[in-house]
Write a protein that binds this ligand. Structure first.
Ligand code: ZN
Length: 343
């Protein structure tokens, strides 16, 4: 008597590929083979129908002399299919199981493992080290995919931690960045470039994000990037610039509103002065009083310009170092010395 076989590659084997259940994709689509599909009594081909539950089955061509392939569409989880010769059952019913589809964590892990530059940054001709986050990324909505990439946003960790420690912290806090660069300039990637990290707000679909490991204080002072961090950030920025069409070789629009109430009067005042100075020197094209305008702009940016969070991240010192990533000199403004922790 006939029986169902899985179609994997080539011609199914009647014993090795015999099925006790059939797995289909999350939408209920899949394939199955019917081994011994000719009814020896009548000489006619059998057909396959869904006998319980929803879905359709259609013949999809022979595989060798003994097997007819069938394609399934929209078959419900737990539905049953069965082969018939005319109206006479020719196999026992076979239960169909829909697969769950990959979870967000599985998607991130497999995209990072691929080494594909659509998902993983390449520096010095190699994919960077990856430490796939299992949670704490993907935005807070159902859509986890990045949209158009407008640029790279720089952050500071506000504490000294290792690249592995950054993974643990992101998974427990739910705040994440695509990359972290430690004080020695080593880099790791945590979230695929095609998925959102929960940096600069609950998922930002337009900016790839990088954390610089550095100290921060309650007064809003932040540590400057070390020479090695700057060098690695420069290479990461180059990768972004080369691989995405949007970001130009410049800073994005800088936030020029006053965040004194959100941060502190000093952080608000000095950061605003820094924004104005970056524009007047031609390093940034414009200043905007709305973070949405900053998000819509393109180039190298930072957390402070892309979100209304109550923190100085990455600090006015690093804002002044961002032109160095582009090959220009550091920018300083009056009053910034009290907000800079030396590298
Ligand atoms: Zn930040």
């Amino acid at each position: 008597m006939a029986h169902f076989v899985g179609i994997y590659s080539g011609i199914p084997d009647p014993d090795l590929d015999a099925l006790s259940e059939l797995a289909v994709d999350a939408a209920g689509n899949g394939r199955v083979g019917l081994w011994g599909y000719i009814d020896t009594a009548t000489g006619k081909a059998c057909d396959v129908r869904v006998v319980s539950g929803k879905g359709t089955v259609a013949a999809a061509g022979k595989l060798g002399g003994q097997v007819m392939g069938f394609s399934l569409a929209g078959v419900a989880d737990g539905a049953q299919i069965q082969a018939f010769s005319g109206s006479r059952p020719y196999t026992a019913p076979l239960t169909v199981r829909r697969s769950e589809g990959p979870t967000l964590a599985q998607m991130n892990a497999s995209r990072l493992a691929s080494g594909d530059p659509r998902h993983v940054a390449h520096i010095d001709g190699r994919p960077v080290k990856t430490l796939a986050l299992a949670k704490g990324f993907g935005g807070y909505q159902a859509i986890h995919q990045m949209a158009e990439v407008n640029g790279l946003a720089v952050h500071i960790t506000g504490g000294l931690l290792s690249l592995q420690g950054a993974k643990t912290t992101a998974e427990s806090s739910g705040a994440s960045a695509h990359f972290t660069i430690d004080r020695d300039g080593n880099i790791a990637q945590y979230v695929a470039l095609t998925l959102m990290a929960n940096a600069q707000g609950p998922g930002n679909r337009n900016y790839i994000s990088v954390e610089m490991v550095g100290k921060g204080t309650n007064t809003g002072a932040c540590q400057l990037m070390s020479t090695r961090q700057l060098a690695t950030l420069g290479k990461l920025w180059e990768f972004i610039y080369v691989n995405y069409p949007n970001p130009p070789w410049q800073l994005a629009t800088v936030y020029g509103g006053d965040k004194s109430a959100l941060t502190s009067p000093r952080v608000g005042r000095v950061s605003k002065a820094m924004a104005a100075e970056l524009v007047s020197r031609g390093r940034a094209p414009a200043m905007a009083a709305s973070v949405n305008e900053c998000i819509a702009s393109r180039g190298l940016s930072c957390h402070f310009w892309l979100d209304m969070a109550k923190k100085p991240c990455p600090g006015v010192g690093i804002m002044g170092q961002l032109p160095q990533v582009l090959g220009y000199e550091e920018v300083r403004v009056a009053g910034d010395e009290e907000l800079r922790i030396p590298a």
